[in-house]
Design a protein around this ligand. Sequence first.
Ligand SMILES: CC(C)(COP(=O)(O)OP(=O)(O)OC[C@H]1O[C@@H](n2cnc3c(N)ncnc32)[C@H](O)[C@@H]1OP(=O)(O)O)[C@@H](O)C(=O)NCCC(=O)NCCS
Length: 167
Amino acid sequence: MIASPKPISASRSVLTEMLFPGDTNYHGTMFGGTLMQYIDKIATIAAMRHCHMPVVTVSQDSLDFLSPIRVGEAFELEACVTWTHRSSMEIYCVVRAEDLFTGERRLTVTAFSTFVALGEDGKSAPVPGVYPETEEERLLHESARTRYEQRQLRRSQRYSSTDGRDK
Ligand SMILES: CC(C)(COP(=O)(O)OP(=O)(O)OC[C@H]1O[C@@H](n2cnc3c(N)ncnc32)[C@H](O)[C@@H]1OP(=O)(O)O)[C@@H](O)C(=O)NCCC(=O)NCCS
């Protein structure tokens, strides 16, 4: 039985870290691939908080780097499930950097990921619905169907129905 719909806030997940030199690129700012790993991880937590099932990433369709993160700055990731279909969930992730000496905070990344819940048979399985409570959540929720349809269109144009299936 599928659980009742849940508020977007129930899946809200936050992670705060500090940038050390080992995670930088040759510009001395945060390496994008490392940040993408953090985004995938926080999005996994948000998705599992929502459905309480194993999940896999199926798509990362939008990831915008808006400003760099410098060594010694804190960065905070925040993610939540904004929309669900049958077995898929859209996760919105925002990353903010913070200069700990001045307190200045700035938006550094926004990303939309799609995750799918898996049943015990390893196949995609139904997830509970999700509903917004705030104005910001409502905007994300209402625009999600269009993003879902764009993903489906891109998927059908790019891959045949047998791509990815074991032969
Ligand atoms: C997830 C997976 C099991 C789904 O396989 P499937 O059941 O044959 O796929 P379906 O076509 O029935 O799609 C299931 C759901 O995934 C969604 N989906 C699958 N691929 C997608 C993509 N590239 N983008 C967006 N949504 C996608 C479908 O829209 C569908 O959503 P819905 O149930 O909410 O309508 C399979 O695609 C897979 O294993 N992918 C690899 C995942 C992975 O290894 N990730 C990296 C490590 S976590």
